[in-house]
Design a protein around this ligand. Structure first.
Ligand SMILES: NC(=O)c1ccc[n+]([C@@H]2O[C@H](COP(=O)([O-])OP(=O)(O)OC[C@H]3O[C@@H](n4cnc5c(N)ncnc54)[C@H](O)[C@@H]3O)[C@@H](O)[C@H]2O)c1
Length: 327
């Protein structure tokens, strides 16, 4: 039996990015009529899209969501929209004006166009950043967002509220997904703000001691990227609307534990070195409560940290080899 993705037209903003490219792959399993990707490649890459760039069902538009005319051309005739284009948390802090234009203004234009062109449902990529340091652990969606201190978290929350108000005013259906710490193959490896696990993989590769800043007790909830893509598809397939869902792995992992598992899956016996923390991290804990997503979306993560880190390591070391061969 076919579901609603079959034969439908879908737009993905930011579909050349880390998570977006997996959402495209997941959607293609359900035979849509067409998937349009709009991405300015500020972080997305052709390499991320390698598995589907030649697929006739996929159209890639290299362009900016700040270009309202282009955005309208992409939205016309579309049934569903996944809105994933965004700046990273540090990029918003470095340039709040750019953050405003990409995260707020473009999201507003997109909501307007979705109403105008009668889009049936929007799946909005939100973030656990909306909570700041949460009040409860595991954190349910009902935790309040007043502890957030970042422009990025504020912008994501505003996006959720924008879609809520558009549901109320214009009956635009939407679901917001609050991802926790997403990791896996295709995650950013060369940016200025490369994630700690990539820096540690470099240490493992070079046989150098991995550095831990602070005491390593900060915890995160690491969720594997393919699980996040599945949550997106589940959010579209369900009839649920006007709801926000946590998407985490529901496991609290300290940075110290993360390093230990990373060393284990790579059979490494390197000893870590500690350095004084050089930045203040206001969010010292993260742990998702996914029970709402389980109940209403029938979504549960399926990839544990060990398996996920194994896949990440395999991909990263392969990638490094290719880079070395290419120079
Ligand atoms: N990775 C995580 O841990 C995480 C956690 C919470 C929320 N999110 C959210 O999930 C979504 C996808 O994140 P990701 O990790 O795949 O990041 P990403 O940076 O890989 O993907 C975002 C994509 O948007 C594109 N983009 C940025 N600005 C654009 C613009 N003005 N016009 C067109 N395209 C633009 C980038 O080129 C990139 O391909 C984002 O909305 C992000 O805020 C990610």
């Amino acid at each position: 039996m076919h579901n609603k993705i079959y034969n439908s037209n879908i737009l993905i903003t930011g579909g050349a990015g880390f998570i977006g490219s997996y959402v495209v792959e997941e959607l293609l399993k359900h035979e849509p009529a067409k998937i349009i990707i709009i991405d300015n490649l500020i972080r997305g890459t052709y390499e991320n899209m390698r598995s589907f760039l030649d697929n006739p069902l996929v159209e890639f538009v290299e362009g900016d969501v700040r270009d309202a005319e282009l955005l309208e051309n992409c939205i016309k005739g579309v049934d569903y929209v996944f809105h994933m284009a965004a700046l990273r948390i540090n990029a918003c802090a470095a340039s709040p004006r750019e953050g405003f234009n990409v995260m707020l203004k473009s999201t507003f234009e997109l909501a307007e166009l979705c109403v105008k062109h009668k889009v049936k449902k929007v799946i909005y990529s939100s973030s656990a950043s909306v909570y700041g340091l949460a009040q409860h652990f595991p954190t349910p969606e009902t935790d309040n967002p007043y502890n957030n201190q970042t422009f990025y978290g504020g912008a994501k929350l505003w996006g959720e509220q924008l879609f809520r108000s558009y549901k109320f005013m214009f009956s635009l259906d939407y679901v917001a997904l609050r991802y926790f710490n997403v990791y896996g193959p295709r995650m950013d490896t060369d940016g200025k703000y490369t994630e700690v696990m990539i820096r540690w993989l470099d240490c493992i590769n070079d046989g150098k001691p991995p550095l831990i800043y602070g005491d390593g007790s900060t915890t995160m909830d690491f969720v594997y990227v393919k699980d996040v893509a599945k949550a997106n598809v589940a959010a579209l397939l369900s009839d649920v609307s006007d709801e926000a869902f946590n998407v985490g792995n529901c496991e609290e992992t300290s940075l110290k534990q993360l390093l230990q598992v990373l060393l284990e899956v790579n059979n490494s016996n390197l000893i870590s070195e500690h350095r004084e923390e050089n930045t203040i991290n206001p969010v010292s804990r993260r742990l998702a409560d996914n029970s709402k997503a389980k109940k209403l979306l029938n979504f549960e993560p399926s990839v544990g940290l060990e398996k996920g880190l194994y896949e990440l390591s395999k991909w990263y070391f392969e990638k490094k080899k290719t880079i070395v061969y290419n120079v």
